[in-house]
Design a protein around this ligand. Structure first.
Ligand SMILES: *Cc1c(COP(=O)(O)O)cnc(C)c1O
Length: 413
């Protein structure tokens, strides 16, 4: 099989070879636990401290305010459940928005079952949250505002600094899920005015299963994991030393390469947006045109299923074709085709949400790869449309219920 083109970097990124080199000794000869006092342990402790400093530098934080976790899912759960537990006596109200990641929405749903009240702010059609709406939603019993920095599907970057100004004026804890932004665009916890910030190493060329939480000094939060005294008694469990060292190395690399890479990716992104608009009929760009992640493109192709495009691209029929990995906002979940809750939250009709294609680029992706992928996407779209019983060129409105046509899941169920 020809070498694949990986355009699904919002899901995960390839670990940088330099990161793997940095991790290797900590997986082999330097296996000591940092909690022990003999020399092998203290070496591990020093390595963790160096990684902590490196990550702190990447987000403009004090290293004392960084706590290592297993990833953004754990950090997000910790932020929500930990603040809820610590501040319950002040009130039981939390504010978020409708287009959040499941690792935010599910812990909130868990709290709702226990009697908490959650306000889900709407977004505009580009997925943007209005800071004024945050201000208007804050009540005397509000203990937390949690807003994602940039959306993992549509790439829209939220006005975090403006929201942070409001929450600090009102004295409400502000959590930001920065899984998509750390290592890709400048993130500075003081400029953004955040109290808690989640991130994940595997989203910026680090290893999977390690992440961090920034906790501003003085913010009250109960631990999620109780046990040993690791991480100043705030996150128990033997440290993932290789993973943490890898996250430190990935942070150091990002600090030096981030700006040039963000500029390069934004150029590729704009090229793709222009190309699909002029070469594929009846498409719609999803997410904000300019306030968006440099490597993110998301569009809906009318009349066909995103999942059919995704599968056709990853299993090309021509023997010499390169497999292309993209993502779609509609996926078979237990036998039914579920459109993305994020695209639906923006007010998009289900049939367009079904036709969404997400391309997320990273440092390995070149202009040549991108152009190859674009030709392939246009060809697949043309072929699928020629077989579609519902698509009529120039017909802006698919008939209601058209989304179920050609759904492999439904055919199978
Ligand atoms: C990837 C991602 C997560 C989950 O991160 P893990 O480290 O894989 O748990 C959470 N939120 C967003 C926005 C993400 O992109």
């Amino acid at each position: 099989m020809k070498n694949a083109i990986f355009l699904d970097n919002a899901a995960t990124t390839r670990t940088d070879p330099e990161v793997i080199d940095a991790m290797e000794p900590w997986l082999s000869e330097k296996f000591g636990s940092p909690a022990t006092l003999y020399s092998m342990g203290s070496q591990a402790k020093q390595a963790i401290d160096a990684a902590r400093q490196s990550f702190a530098d990447l987000i403009g934080a004090d290293q004392k305010d960084i706590f290592f976790t297993s990833g953004a899912t754990e950090s997000n759960n910790w932020a929500i459940k930990g603040v809820a537990d610590a501040l319950e006596s002040k009130g039981r109200h939390i504010i978020t928005d409708v287009a959040e990641h499941h690792s935010i929405l599910m812990p909130l749903r868990y709290l709702e079952k226990k009697g908490w009240e959650v306000t889900y702010l709407p977004t505009d059609s580009d997925g943007m949250v209005n800071p004024e709406a945050v201000a208007a939603a804050i009540r005397d019993d509000t203990v937390l505002v949690s807003i994602v920095h940039a959306n993992h599907e549509i790439g829209t970057i939220q006005p975090i600094a403006a929201i942070g100004k409001i929450t600090s004026e009102k004295g409400v804890v502000f959590h930001v899920n920065a899984a998509q932004t750390v290592g890709h665009i400048p993130v500075d916890v003081n400029h953004l005015g955040v109290d808690l910030l989640s991130s994940s190493a595997h989203k910026f060329y680090g290893p999977k299963g390690v992440g961090a939480m920034y906790i501003r000094h003085g913010v009250r939060i109960t631990p999620l994991l109780h046990g040993g005294t690791q991480e100043k008694k705030r996150r128990a469990g033997t440290h993932n030393v290789p993973g943490i060292v890898g996250m430190g190395k990935a942070s150091e690399i990002a600090r030096h390469s981030l700006e040039a890479e963000a500029t390069r990716l934004a150029g590729l992104r704009n090229h793709i947006l222009d190309w699909v608009e002029s070469n594929i009929d009846d498409i719609r760009i999803n997410g904000h045109r300019t306030e968006r992640l440099p490597g993110n493109v998301n569009f809906s192709i009318e009349g066909i299923e995103g999942e059919s495009i995704m599968l056709s691209l990853s299993y090309p029929t021509a023997g010499d074709a390169r497999p292309i990995y993209v993502s779609t906002g509609s996926a078979c979940v237990s036998g039914s085709l579920e459109p993305s809750h994020i695209l639906l939250a923006l007010g998009m009709p289900a049939e367009l949400a079904h036709g969404s294609v997400r391309i997320t680029m990273a440092k390995a992706d070149t202009q040549e790869d991108v152009d190859y992928a674009l030709e392939a996407i246009a060809a697949v779209a043309e072929r699928l449309r020629s077989m579609s019983p519902v698509y009529k060129r120039g017909n802006k409105k698919c008939s209601a219920g058209s989304s179920s046509q050609g759904c492999d899941c439904e055919a199978a169920s």
